[in-house]
Design a protein around this ligand. Structure first.
Ligand code: DGL
Length: 261
């Protein structure tokens, strides 16, 4: 069984990629909705949540854990790996490396939560993989929460997204890294603004490939999906069709459940 978690709906973009790559794997998705957003919390808080959720998923029998959240990965994946040294753990980090490699203009941007944008781990990623590229890092407060409301294309948000992206595009940025898993669901709003002048870089498929490499026997189950949330599990399940993931719903064998932690 593979356990995948995020603060809320964002990690469903990663879950979908994993479910496509490993159709027979049994998957557990846990949304920490009682504690979202993570993006405005400090590292100590996020680390505590990640360890609590990790413990729960391991107790449920997960043999591989996917931290489907950039904010949780940069803040806590090292602590998590230390706590579970024998467990394969896959984190999600902003796709700085592929963006830098693909950029022709040598200008890229990273959109992420406040917590991720100020993290030392992101600064390290940029130093390691984008040394010869100009990188603009932009915090997008409120964007993950916008996804949670499922009201994605309201005019005020389209305007806000335009305010963020227009100066980047005018400055020659040709790769825009979606450094928060929630932002994948904003592509229908972001793509028309970008209008082919830049590529939106999402690492969900790369994360799924890493799961394929690590899954071993956990790849071979009955293709079942279990949904858990620390608040409002019914909203998590109801979000699937709204986010274009109705096909994942057919893997559910019981209604989404509350997890108290
Ligand atoms: N989806 C998460 C990420 O990738 C965090 C969103 C939030 O809770 O702020 O960073």
């Amino acid at each position: 069984m593979i356990g995948v978690f995020d603060s809320g709906l964002g990690g469903l973009s990663v879950l979908a990629a994993i479910a496509r790559a490993l159709p027979r794997a049994d998957l557990v998705y846990l949304a920490d909705t009682a504690h979202l957003p993570y993006g405005d919390k400090d590292d100590t808080y996020i680390r505590r949540r990640v360890l609590t959720i990790g413990n729960h998923l391991v107790d449920q029998g997960c043999g591989v854990i996917v931290v489907a959240c950039n904010t949780a990965t940069v803040a806590a994946v090292a602590a998590f790996r230390e706590a579970f040294p024998n467990l394969p753990v896959v984190g999600v980090e902003p796709g700085v490396k592929p963006a830098a490699a693909m950029s022709r203009s040598r200008r890229i941007a990273v959109l992420a939560t406040e917590s991720t944008t100020r993290s030392e781990r992101l600064a390290d990623l940029i130093r390691q993989h984008a040394g010869n590229v100009e990188v603009t890092v932009e915090a997008c407060p409120g964007w993950a929460t916008r996804v949670e409301t499922l009201c994605l294309d309201e005019p005020d948000f389209v305007e806000e997204a335009r305010r963020h992206l227009t100066p980047l595009l005018a400055g020659g940025v040709d790769q825009i890294v979606l450094g928060c898993t929630h932002y994948s669901f904003l592509c229908p709003v972001l793509e028309p603004i970008v209008a082919k002048r830049a590529t939106l870089v999402d690492v969900a498929d790369a994360v799924a490939r890493q799961c394929v490499r690590l899954a071993g026997a956990d790849a071979l189950g009955q293709g079942r999906l279990t949904l858990l949330a620390t608040a409002n599990p019914e909203r998590l399940q109801a979000a699937l069709p709204v986010l274009g993931l109705h096909w994942l719903g057919s893997r559910l064998h019981s209604p989404a459940r509350l997890m108290v932690a």
